[in-house]
Design a protein around this ligand. Structure first.
Ligand SMILES: Cc1cc2nc3c(=O)[nH]c(=O)nc-3n(C[C@H](O)[C@H](O)[C@H](O)COP(=O)(O)OP(=O)(O)OC[C@H]3O[C@@H](n4cnc5c(N)ncnc54)[C@H](O)[C@@H]3O)c2cc1C
Length: 422
């Protein structure tokens, strides 16, 4: 692996055969998460592919000329030609591998795959999921000198990473951008010394024997497991939704509201998230129509009052979406009034769906006692029905899912585990 500057780019990269280039920055958690993966793969593929690192902050013009606008960004070259994917953000080892494999012959891939050494690492506690619940558990365990590892399929932070403003987390007078609060929580736990394995693929979770496989080559064994995989947005499951996801239909205002400057937007939902996010989207959009299945909103009174006072927002009650389709660049939603049966359609530049969340249980479905909605049941100490397995945060069966309740769960599970390990 070699670090280069702009002057060497032509020689080392454009005339360099097969090359993987990592544009990185300092004080960049996703770059830190990528660095060991890039280095590890350079040892495996180094005979066939050159691994180059470029410090983006000091080679800004070069980065911009290559349309590299964030760190980390990994791009691939074959004889001077840009090939493969442009990888950014929480880059997974598997994404790097598939691009590296595409650069070399199949026999070479087989040979390299054979050389991948499997590894077993042991920890006192494995925390699966790095949202507020998992991060808080990590912090408490680390402060109690419990050897803990936090594993996340994405970068740490959880749902708050993509929430535009958090106004109800104690300790902050002003509302905090969600990604900043996520960053503070993640750094606090990391600086304490908790081990992170993030933006990884996770398979083969065995709750009884307390093992999991990360990136298909590392088995992690632990004495205790904390499940903190949280929840994800629920889909409507109506025709056209899957096809238009990310191409007209969004589930994240923070990520996509900016694309609707002076445009018309449809929102489906009437709970806290829908109404609070409508307020945020209205900073960009010219007109918002909210469809809600009930005759009144479920959001808290403060959010409702703000929305009703917002002249850009109008409401259609007792109405459910029946399907979506594209009309040119616009999205058309077919709706039905559930009281009168009246059918209608409305077109807008985009639609946002905020109809609740579902627990992330794919890895351990049917293995644990769950409530009728699929959330994992636990006792007061956050213990599940399997010995040594705990559940915290939005994944847990409970009445209120907030950051404060997730961090409380994480605290309780960590203290309970510390006492048990003692
Ligand atoms: C739009 C929106 C706005 C919100 N606003 C507020 C607010 O203002 N105030 C408030 O208190 N709460 C708010 N919430 C709720 C709050 O975000 C959640 O209650 C909180 O994030 C739950 O934390 P958690 O740690 O349980 O899970 P999450 O935040 O869901 O984090 C779970 C983590 O687990 C990871 N994960 C998932 N599956 C796996 C797997 N198989 N293996 C490993 N890792 C996995 C995910 O990548 C994620 O990082 C909001 C939620 C949303 C969606």
């Amino acid at each position: 692996m070699k670090e280069i500057t702009t002057n060497e780019f032509k020689n080392e990269v454009l005339n360099g055969g097969k090359v993987a280039v990592d544009f990185y920055s300092s004080e960049c958690p996703p770059c830190e998460a990528l660095a060991p993966k890039f280095e590890n793969l350079s040892k495996l593929y180094g005979e066939d592919i050159k691994f180059i690192k470029i410090f983006r902050q000091e080679n800004r013009d070069l980065a911009q000329s290559l349309d590299v606008n964030g760190s980390p960004t990994v791009i691939f070259y074959n004889n001077g030609e840009l090939v493969g994917d442009k990888l950014t953000g929480g880059i997974k080892r598997s994404e790097l591998i598939s691009n590296l494999n595409a650069l070399i012959p199949e026999e070479k891939v087989t040979e390299i795959t054979k050389n991948i050494k499997r590894r077993v690492s042991e920890y006192d506690t494995l925390i699966l999921g790095g949202g507020p619940g998992g991060l808080t558990a990590g912090l408490y365990l680390c402060q109690a000198r419990v050897n803990a590892v936090l594993v996340d399929t994405m970068l740490p932070g959880g749902q708050i990473s993509s929430t535009h403003k958090i106004s109800n987390y104690p300790g902050f007078i002003e509302p905090q951008p969600g990604f900043m609060l996520a960053h503070y929580m993640s750094e606090q736990t990391k600086i304490c010394g908790a081990k992170y394995k993030v933006a990884v693929d996770v398979t083969n979770l065995d709750l009884i024997n307390k093992t999991i496989v990360v990136d298909e080559y590392e088995t992690i064994k632990a004495k205790k497991i904390i499940l903190a995989t949280g929840a994800s947005p629920r889909y409507l499951n109506v025709p056209g939704e899957k096809e238009l996801k990310g191409n007209g239909i969004s589930y994240c205002a923070t990520c996509d509201a900016k694309y609707f400057h002076d445009k018309e937007v449809i929102i489906i939902g009437g709970g806290n998230t829908a109404i609070e996010e409508a307020d945020f989207i209205s900073k960009f959009a010219s007109k918002i129509t909210i469809f809600h299945q009930f005759d009144k909103l479920q959001a808290n009174k403060e959010a409702q009052e703000k929305a009703f006072a917002n002249s850009k927002i109008s409401f259609v009650f007792d109405t459910e979406p029946r399907g979506f389709e594209k009309n040119g660049n616009r999205v058309r939603v077919a709706t039905e009034n559930i009281k009168t049966g009246e059918k209608s359609t409305l077109e807008a530049d985009g639609a946002f769906v905020f109809v609740g969340m579902k627990p992330n249980t794919d890895l351990f479905k049917n293995a644990l006692e769950m409530d009728e909605w699929g959330y994992v049941k636990a006792n007061e100490d956050m213990k599940t029905n399997i010995d040594g397995v705990y559940v915290v945060g939005d994944l847990r069966s409970k009445k209120y899912r907030q950051i404060t309740t997730a961090v409380a769960d994480g605290t309780i599970a960590a203290i309970a585990i510390t006492k048990e390990l003692d």
